[in-house]
Write a protein that binds this ligand. Structure first.
Ligand SMILES: [Zn+2]
Length: 178
């Protein structure tokens, strides 16, 4: 996956202080990760590397939209996402702590790949309730045709469930006639 190297940050040789890296995230990025919740999107990622003498800090700012499926009408829609995250990069031969916000690099490493981190931060920014947002009139952008079809399917499923009840009605009628 050659595309992953686009998301390398070469820190060796950088002066102490802050350095900014910008990434434009689109379908090519999501294609690097198989079968996730989002397969397309348009997200701007700004990553600030703060290089200190003993460690480094990465500040992630992501904002944009990801294309995901609406739970209500099953159409794809653009879900706005925005997140800020911080990750420490520490030097060491072993990982001393297992924390989500610390990654360990060897003293001889000269770069770090941030693709997986960017992906995780974008995916974590997707709300649990995935549904078309409302427009300025308070109406959701759901596909009306699809909602109609789903309603019909639901209605049919419910009327099948009621089958035993109608037999009870027949029985009651019989009993009532006696
Ligand atoms: Zn919808």
């Amino acid at each position: 996956m050659a595309g992953l190297s686009t998301y390398n940050i070469a820190f060796k040789g950088l002066a102490l202080g802050t350095h900014e890296f910008d990434f434009q995230i689109d379908k090519k990025f999501f294609d690097l990760f198989d079968g996730g919740i989002a397969e397309d999107g348009n997200v701007q990622a700004k990553v600030i590397l703060e290089k200190q003498s003993a460690l480094m800090v990465l500040w992630f700012h992501v904002s944009g939209t990801v294309k995901i499926q609406c739970d209500r009408c099953l159409d794809l829609y653009d879900q706005p996402v925005a997140a800020e995250n911080r990750v420490f990069i520490k030097y060491g031969e072993d990982s001393f702590e297992d924390g989500d916000d610390v990654i360990w690099v060897d003293v001889n490493d000269h770069q770090v790949n941030i693709a997986q981190m960017l992906y995780d931060f974008i995916i974590l920014a997707i709300p649990i309730r995935q549904i078309h947002p409302k427009d300025e009139n308070g109406k959701r952008g759901c596909n009306p045709e699809m909602l109609k079809k789903l309603k019909e399917l639901k209605y049919n499923a419910e009327s099948h469930e009621e089958q035993p009840d109608s037999r009870w009605d027949d029985l009651k009628k019989l009993l009532g006639n006696e």
